[in-house]
Design a protein around this ligand. Structure first.
Ligand code: GLN
Length: 445
């Protein structure tokens, strides 16, 4: 069904860099065989999955949305995928902003993806292909990655559910690194129950990722129906009223808060005094880390090599041709912020802000179980509208980045529509409190 749906809508939506109908059918056949032989098959295994093209898939090209990796075929699967199933029913590799840098999927080196709700709008980013595919029915659910909102923001723009787990909850092994202290793989689904199911299938400790947590994985699905009676819900003043948040968008999140209250939660206002400084701090820390992570694309180790006289000229031409404008911009920003003489003024300062934000959350979670904000200031913007204005593009992430910097779990659920376009509401909880987060999200969806 997913393959047929891809055939009928993909020309318009363009969710995928690579479609893999044969892989999906062959793996589905293997699952059928396992069943016929009386073998074990988990509930989630037969469900067609869309995989963001930043996750390594053995034998299937993994481009990361970049010319640099146009021909790159990994020799192993990301742990999250291997854990999901040995017979992964993968329908395709989803389009994304190059190396996951962006909020619209327009930074893909290949083509922009369109929002299935309005084809002249962006689907969000960087996991825009994954969100669009789920919204358009080109797969049942998807995996995206979230460094500073890239699962939550596209989910919000496409009217779907996007969950960024606690940093360390899901192994990053086989996830091509952007900003290693922030990157997390997360489920992108049609509803909250699927989000719990998919998280269950990918979470857990992995000895191949030293930052993956040893914490046991609870039964997320069982926790869902516990309801929110007695749960303390805090509305974050600074983010709900942040610059650029449209009044209609604020109303949608206020409505969600009222729904939670009606379902038995107690509601109050809470302050995260440093939350809005998250945006400038993120746009120092993320480029700093990526400038180092992207150093490995040198024409020697992976992917593209542009031959030239001498090794330095080869490096230069490979990186010149392999990276797009946004990648180059951020490599320059990041190296600058890390360079001696500027390190203290930028990188060290941003790290101090990050600590303040962590402390703000700690204080808030001593009084509240779940915090609520809009996911984004506006509904999906037009294709081309912000592509030449990096600061306007970055400003879209204001509500999403604080949770990333603090490493806490956060989910975006559809809250309603404004002018016929979906609007997301973000819920956040303390480290490893995904059960609580999903429970609240379930009651609010
Ligand atoms: N939009 C943010 C950025 O451009 C977040 C990206 C992400 O989470 N991968 O960096």
């Amino acid at each position: 069904v997913a393959n047929r749906r891809i055939e009928s809508v993909e020309d318009e939506v363009k969710s995928f860099i690579t479609v893999t109908p044969e892989v999906a059918l062959e793996r589905a056949r293997r699952i059928d065989e396992r069943l016929a032989d009386g073998g074990e098959v988990a509930l989630h295994e037969g469900v067609p999955l869309v995989v963001k093209d930043v996750l390594s898939t053995k034998g299937t090209r993994t481009t990361c949305g970049s010319r640099m990796l146009e021909e790159f075929v990994p020799v192993y699967d990301a742990t999250a995928l291997a854990r999901f199933s040995e017979d992964l029913v993968m329908v395709g590799k989803a389009n994304m902003d190059e190396f996951a840098m962006g909020s619209s999927t327009e930074n893909s080196a290949y083509f922009p993806t369109r929002n299935p709700w309005a084809l002249d709008r962006v689907p969000g980013g960087s996991s825009g292909g994954s969100a669009a595919a789920v919204a358009a029915g080109e797969g049942w659910w998807a995996l995206g990655t979230d460094t500073g909102g890239s699962v939550r923001q596209p989910a919000a723009f496409c009217g779907t559910v996007g969950l960024k787990p606690t940093y360390g909850r899901v192994s990053r092994y086989g996830l091509i690194a952007f900003a290693s202290s922030l990157d997390q793989i997360g489920p992108m689904t049609r509803d909250v129950r699927d989000s719990a199911l998919l998280l269950q299938a990918i979470a857990g400790h992995d000895r191949r990722d030293s930052t993956s947590a040893r914490q046991p994985v609870p039964d997320y699905v069982a926790a869902l129906e516990e309801g929110v009676s007695g749960l303390r819900v805090g509305v974050v003043t600074e983010l709900t009223g942040a610059e650029g948040v449209e009044p209609e968008v604020r109303e949608v999140s206020e409505r969600t808060v009222r729904d939670l209250e009606a379902a038995g939660a107690s509601v109050g206002e809470v302050s995260l005094p440093h939350a809005t400084y998250g945006l400038p701090a993120y746009y120092i820390i993320a480029p700093a880390e990526l400038s180092s992570n992207l150093a490995r694309f040198d024409g020697v180790r992976y992917g593209l090599r542009v031959p030239a006289e001498g090794v330095h000229e080869m490096y230069r031409r490979t990186r010149e041709e392999g990276f797009g404008d946004e990648a180059k911009r951020r490599i320059m920003l990041g190296t600058y912020a890390l360079s001696s003489g500027y390190y203290d003024a930028y990188y060290a300062q941003a790290q101090k802000v990050r600590t303040r934000i962590i402390e703000d959350f700690r204080a808030a979670f001593s009084e509240y179980d779940v915090l609520v904000t809009p996911t984004c200031p506006t509904p999906a913007f037009g294709i081309g509208e912000k592509v030449d204005d990096p600061l306007a593009m970055y400003a879209n992430d204001i509500c999403a980045v604080p949770a990333s910097l603090a490493g806490i779990p956060a989910i975006s659920i559809p809250g309603g529509t404004v002018d016929g376009l979906p609007v997301g509401v973000q819920l956040m909880a303390d480290h490893f409190e995904e059960s609580k987060l999903l429970r609240a999200a379930r009651a609010a969806e």
